[in-house]
Design a protein around this ligand. Structure first.
Ligand code: GLA
Length: 400
């Protein structure tokens, strides 16, 4: 599927094209972009076949690209000073991914590997020159990795004329991250980056990748979504994420279910009575109540009752903090302070253990909430948070 940009001129894309020319001595054949994401609600549900409601951020990763005919893949990033990395497409191997200082290259290299592994005709004689420039913050829980994988995969498939529906593109990008980069994530981030649309949240059923675009126009409702980056770096590759995932799968097996998605909210209490381990009970309660919250928030969005979604966001945070135990003091402080300063609701977004929180506020409350959170962080001795407003934005597309 080909798509061109309908958003205002993208300066970073033009810059990426100019830099490409300087690096590789010829113009790129195109520039593609894929956004980072925030998740409105539906956390740690995507590896339980559950629901999520993410949206695309205005920050994107641009990939300027051109084909090659010699089986070589050349990769360069404007964001990491590590020079051009040259690889043989036929040698791409998950057992030997690029190492530091080219660690970032695992994501685009993984995308190329996933395409070839799926027998999509990029190689072995094909290849590409890629140059990357991104304004998606890294380590902020806003899916800079998914943005890079999806942008690279989209560039390659469009360059090589490989017709791929967006959910398939997202699934390949996720495979790159799971099998090549080695991070056991679900599919939400790649789906949001590949499929989201401007002014909408993406209602995602992670069992069959069915999606619906739910109108989510905060500005028209006089609202704003703040993204509060705590600047505490999370690392999904560490054991906690994999441990939560394994607990959920163990609980589903103990309950005789294919996945926790199959446990209806109305049957939660009875099911909890069948699980002996209190920690496992808390994990299950989070997943089942979170799926229910996605459904309720989606209904409120469809009814244009955006403010009323606030309390459900806050409830979701409490569940992640107390039952799923993936929050951290900085996220809790961001949420509590935003709420005390007038937010309708606030919650951590993404995998947790650091990263960012979201706060739903009245548009004119932005200065007061920003100040309150910044001051609270200073008083607690934390690094100054980075606070920006986010409009639900376009998913991956060709820019130039
Ligand atoms: C990370 C993962 C996603 C998802 C979230 C939690 O962002 O990459 O797949 O599991 O955590 O909702």
């Amino acid at each position: 599927m080909s798509s061109t940009d309908n958003t205002p001129a993208d300066k970073l894309a033009t810059r990426a094209a100019d830099e490409f020319r300087g690096l590789y001595g010829a113009a790129p054949e195109g520039v593609w972009a894929a956004p980072g994401r925030a998740n409105l609600i539906g956390e740690h549900t995507d590896y339980n076949d559950g629901f999520a409601l993410p949206f695309a951020l205005p920050q994107r990763t641009r990939v300027a690209a051109a084909r090659r005919t010699d089986g070589t893949l050349r990769l360069h990033s404007a964001d990491v000073p590590s020079g051009v990395l040259t690889l043989r497409v036929a040698d791409l191997d998950p057992a030997h991914p690029p190492q530091p200082p080219h660690g970032w290259a695992r994501y685009p290299a993984g995308a190329v590997w996933a395409l070839i592994d799926a027998d999509l005709p990029v190689g072995p004689r094909g290849g590409a020159d890629l140059h990357i420039r991104s304004d998606v913050p890294t380590g902020a829980g806003l899916s800079s990795s998914a943005a890079l994988e999806v942008a690279a995969a989209l560039a390659l498939t469009e360059l090589y004329g490989i017709p791929l529906a967006r959910p398939e593109l997202a699934a390949l990008a996720r495979r790159a991250e799971n099998a090549y980069v080695g991070v056991p994530c679900g599919v939400m981030d790649q789906m949001a980056s590949a499929c989201a649309t401007d002014g909408h949240a993406l209602h995602l059923d992670t069992r069959d990748l069915r999606q619906q675009h739910i109108p989510f126009d905060c500005a028209a409702a006089g609202l704003r979504l703040l993204v509060i980056d705590t600047r505490v770096q999370h690392d999904l590759a560490d054991g906690a994420y994999a441990e939560r995932r394994a607990s959920c799968h163990a609980a589903a097996a103990a309950l005789g279910l294919p996945a926790l998605r199959d446990l209806p909210y109305a049957e939660l209490d009875r099911a909890l009575g069948r699980l002996g381990d209190p920690a496992l009970r808390r994990r299950v309660r989070h997943v089942v109540t979170e799926n229910e919250r996605v459904v309720r928030v989606e209904e409120l969005l469809r009814a244009g009752r955006l403010r009323e979604a606030g309390p459900l966001l806050t409830e979701g945070h409490a569940s992640l903090r107390d039952d799923y135990e993936v929050s951290c003091p900085e996220l809790d402080l961001a949420v509590a302070t935003a709420r005390a300063a007038g937010a309708y609701g606030a919650r951590m977004t993404g995998g947790g253990f650091g990263g960012s929180a979201l706060a739903l506020i009245d548009a004119d409350a932005e200065p007061a909430v920003t100040r309150a959170v910044t001051e609270a962080f200073a008083r607690a001795g934390y690094r100054p948070p980075r606070i920006t407003a986010a409009e639900p934005s376009a998913g991956a597309h060709r820019v130039l």
